[in-house]
Design a protein around this ligand. Sequence first.
Ligand code: ZN
Length: 170
Amino acid sequence: MKLDIVLWPDPVLLDGTQPITEVDDELRQIVAEMRRVLFEERGVGLAAPQVGIPRRLMLVCPSGDPGDEVVVLNPEILAVEGEEIGEEGCLSFPGIYGRVPRAVRLKVRYQDLDLRQRELELSGWVARIFQHELDHLNGEVFIDKMTPESREKVEDQIEDLRRRGAESTA
Ligand code: ZN
């Protein structure tokens, strides 16, 4: 199995995802490929739809260092607190960066690769990554959450990406 980054506006990024109820060999291979892609691309987070897999699975790795990544299945946000605006990028939007408001603190629940339920309290950078990746699982992308000023600055780049996507599927 070889998976690659899917660029917006591919429909797999917009259509939402299915929960994971079983961890089988195929899912373990998907996770291994996602780890490879995440570190090759020097990301800090990766959601399964970004490699073409419409499942509720994501990796969160605030340090960007291999081995620090957390494998997150079926995530939910139980509580949020505060709001702050910070800069984000996305592997599915190469070269596009913008400021996005996010909750500062989160209480989250998810399952690990053994399907054990876990709860965590997150804040700051890791909370931001968690929210960005969870949005991917819900078919949402960060350009639609940017501040209006940020969005305006990247509108031409977004249009280029949209055009390239249309050409590649034509
Ligand atoms: Zn992203």
